[in-house]
Design a protein around this ligand. Structure first.
Ligand SMILES: Cc1cc2nc3c(=O)[nH]c(=O)nc-3n(C[C@H](O)[C@H](O)[C@H](O)COP(=O)(O)O)c2cc1C
Length: 195
């Protein structure tokens, strides 16, 4: 069964943005090395403050090095579906600026830009991905011996969207519904900040 979902915005935003959602159901289709490299390359070209490029990605493949350790650190509510994704990626940032060792205030901002580009590229290739903040960062830091100079920010479950019926029952309906959005009128201020 393919996942048929309505477009989300009534405005003509780019299809890659309008069709993206965070799936929990993944198919058995594997991701090739070339596909994986392409989505990571898309992230590489993101803009960043002072071109620091603070993002780092620790990529694990189901059945390969590091995957079991990363999966084990996810919150149980995420593990129940993320274990089907063929790729799990840990997103990190280098916390300080290479030019002067000062804190990079924009590091997480820039990781967000890089993961947004990764997301757009993956969507354009027909993949689905789900970003996860629900994981035990200290467990991951210990398991992978990650130095203190890096912040462990999120995990990406990456694959091709699958059949919602493959999910535990309580997640099946959620897979078919769009997460709501605040109206633009709440998000955007013109000329003055209204609180
Ligand atoms: C930084 C970040 C952390 C997230 N953490 C989780 C998570 O731990 N578990 C989960 O199911 N979804 C998680 N999500 C997915 C969001 O809930 C989801 O993006 C949001 O509800 C909007 O839905 P959509 O992506 O389908 O449009 C996370 C998303 C982001 C960007």
């Amino acid at each position: 069964m393919s996942v048929a979902r309505a477009r989300r915005s009534d405005l003509p935003v780019h299809p890659v943005l309008n069709e993206r959602f965070s799936p929990r159901a993944f198919s058995d289709r594997a991701i090739t090395d070339a596909e994986l490299e392409l989505v990571l390359e898309a992230a590489r070209w993101a803009p960043s403050s002072m071109n620091e490029q603070p993002w780092r990605f620790l990529v694990t493949r189901k059945g390969g090095d590091g995957h079991a350790e990363l999966l084990a650190a996810l919150n149980p509510s995420n593990q129940v579906w993320a274990d089907k994704a063929p790729v799990l990626i840990l997103n990190l940032v280098h916390r300080t600026l290479s030019r002067n060792g000062q804190e990079n205030y924009h590091a997480r901002h820039d990781l967000g830009l890089a993961t947004a580009q990764l997301t757009a590229q993956a969507t354009a290739l027909g993949m689905g991905l789900h970003i996860l903040g629900g994981f035990n960062a200290e467990m991951v830091r210990t398991a992978f011996e990650i130095p203190d100079t890096y912040d462990l920010v999120s995990v990406i479950a990456l694959g091709f969207p699958g059949d919602p019926e493959s999910l535990p029952e309580h997640l099946q309906q959620r897979e078919l519904q769009h997460s709501p959005r605040r109206p633009l009128s709440e998000l955007v201020h013109y000329g003055r900040f209204n609180g």
